[in-house]
Design a protein around this ligand. Structure first.
Ligand SMILES: C[S@@+](CC[C@H](N)C(=O)[O-])C[C@H]1O[C@@H](n2cnc3c(N)ncnc32)[C@H](O)[C@@H]1O
Length: 339
């Protein structure tokens, strides 16, 4: 544990590193703002740097995930009534908005909080001749106004805003807001429910992705103060690991009815082997309705979604046949575990 003096200095350094990042961004932005937009070449280094920073690489893996794409398209074709008005939260490239239009929606509004992606979506949609049916807003759904932007509450809410641990992209606050302000009463939600499942797991290899003790004979464990406390993505089958429990339900959300607020619960997991659990590995089941469920369990390595590794503060001993009790807390974006 750092002393209180060094805690203070760590806190100050944290703020300093944030300020440094913001200064660099501000400098880059002011250089760019003095450039006429039409003279910005897509090949310019600065454009590439901004694109790399602002558009996560997983967008490519995601759009190449055929199981995901086909599942979403099938769900929209089965779930959108002909002539319905649709709001798609999180346009990305415009895929779901275009699928909704093709499925028979009379009007589709899609919003993307990343303005660069929103502009790409506008172009993709235009290239498919769908601009008269689809309107793209380059802002977060929480800034949409039903009357001003949607022409009234919509019949169907569509979204694919889930990360490896379900909630990391803000599914809960986005759906909470949209349900209250943007969707008609009894409107259709795609997805309508989501579950999280998990297993106790031990893996020295994965542990070492987020924890350190010594290096070159020196104690460098102070690095652990900046380790990730919440869930993070891990492609479990690529690392040696041992499961210490069967798969069990972890969380369940009825997206139409549940409060979708942050919360906590106790998990009681029957251990199936003796060992030391270092984490709960989790994956979701996203119920898109009409038989379409998207999921990223460890035995589905084809999914672009990895699994979520929810680290334990300290390893927990397990004994086959006995149960392990853990406290799970979820905020709007993160899953955390404690004893
Ligand atoms: C996982 S991607 C999916 C993109 C696209 N719907 C698809 O399925 O190919 C989610 C996108 O939603 C955007 N996003 C997440 N929450 C949002 C919100 N509340 N409002 C607007 N955009 C959001 C992210 O920036 C990201 O580009």
């Amino acid at each position: 544990m750092p002393s209180s003096g060094s805690s203070y200095r760590l806190g100050a350094a944290l703020l300093q590193s944030l300020a440094q990042e913001m200064n660099a961004l501000a400098e880059q932005a002011s250089a760019l703002l003095s450039t006429p937009p039409e003279s910005l070449s897509l090949d310019a280094d600065i454009v590439a740097q901004i694109a790399r920073r602002n558009v996560p690489r997983w967008h490519f893996a995601m759009l190449n995930d055929i199981e995901r794409n086909d599942g979403l398209v099938a769900a929209l074709e089965r779930g959108i009534p002909a002539g319905a008005t649709v709001l798609d939260i999180g346009s990305g490239s415009g895929l779901l908005a275009m699928a909704a239009a093709r499925a028979g929606a009379s009007k589709v509004i899609t919003c993307e909080m990343n303005p660069l992606l929103a502009e790409i979506a506008r172009n993709v949609i235009d290239a498919h001749g769908l601009s008269d049916v689809i309107t793209v807003f380059g802002k977060p759904s929480t800034e949409l106004d039903a009357e001003r932007d949607l022409g009234g509450r919509v019949d169907v809410l569509v979204s694919e805003i889930v990360d490896c641990g379900l909630i990391g992209e803000g599914l809960l606050p986005s759906v909470r807001h949209a349900r209250e302000h943007l969707l008609a009463p009894d409107g259709i939600m795609l997805p309508s429910a989501a579950r999280l499942r998990g297993r106790l797991v031990s893996s020295e290899a994965v542990l070492k992705l987020n924890q350190v003790t010594t290096a070159g004979g020196f104690d460098v464990s102070l690095m652990n103060t900046v380790a990730t406390r919440g869930h993070f993505p891990v492609r479990l089958d690529t690392w040696p690991h041992r499961f210490l429990s069967e798969a069990a339900p972890v969380l369940e959300f009825d997206l139409a009815r549940d409060a979708l607020e942050p919360g906590e619960r106790t998990l009681t997991l029957p251990a199936t082997a003796d060992g030391e659990a270092q984490a709960l590995v989790v994956w979701f089941e996203l119920d898109m309705g009409n038989g379409v469920v998207l999921s990223n369990p460890p035995d589905n390595p084809g999914s672009h979604w990895m699994q979520g590794w929810v680290p334990l503060e300290k390893p927990v001993p397990t004994k086959a046949g006995e149960t392990v009790s853990l406290r799970l807390r979820w905020s709007d974006f993160t899953l955390r575990l404690s004893l």
